[in-house]
Write a protein of this length. Sequence first.
Length: 341
Amino acid sequence: MVKATELVLGVDIGGTKIAAGLVSSEGRILYSARSKMVARKSASEGLRAVYAAIDDVVRATPGQHASAIGISVPGWVDSERGVVLGATNLPCWRDFPLAKEIETRYQLPTHLANDANAAALAEAAWGAGAGYRNVFYVTLGTGIGTALVLQHRLYQGRTGVAGEGGHMSINFGGPLCGCGKRGCIETYVSGTAIARRARERMGEKGAQSSMLGKLTEQGSAGITAEAVAKAAAGGDRLAVEVLDEAADYFAIWLGGIIDLLEPDIIIVGGGVGRLMTSMLPRIQLGLKTWAINPRQQQIPIVNASYGSESGLVGAAALGLSHAQVWNTRPRRPAGTKRARA
């Protein structure tokens, strides 16, 4: 049995599901379970769903006691106060003291973070960033999330809401972002943006011959980033051009990140992240223009190690880092591969 001081409860809350589990200080999931999240009812009903998920883990692991609880949620979080400020996928909570409610019920130190921040901690502690001091993490999916881990600690800013790198604008005249600004990197490189750009291109003269139209029964309205990637892999010119454009914008943004932060490593997660790292030669070529740091090519850009479990393991890493039992031995987990040019 693992010592009690080396265990933490990780809780990853999404719009439709909750993943909860008992995790060791080496990042091993000893037990995990998934349950339904009630996100569109009252705040108390949403909270009860979280209680039920944690209770399931506690009942299933008798004799194994956690020293802390870490919670990962999407959206805006005041991590200093443990408050969910607001999230599109969690409308039940607004300015809700989630960490305090859970800490009161279970009498354990409880810490709360944005899901991208939590995933970054998992990568820095036990994943692709293990052994590096300063880690920059970006996850590319429907949207874009980022986080920065400095000296094995998550950088959260003055009030705990730092790290919204996906909403850094690279073109003030660009597309309108859901956040209200224009030209955020999320409007160019996210899965949503890639699909939108492909649909726009499908309206051009001669584009009807593109493979993209054949990959969906719904015409251009049904085009997804996955379909664009599949068409590009098949040599479709329009799809290749859409992805090349996204990679070029990604290089512009990464160049600014490198010049500002010069991290030890850049870790790219998410489904679209794998797509972008497959285009690393083009991105690194772009960095020669968009990063003035003379040693920018020495910064490794790698795929994330954790996939669907990143939120759960990251929540555990959050709790362990505060409990000061996070095992940060410099080591690289088996199977971690660098995305190379």
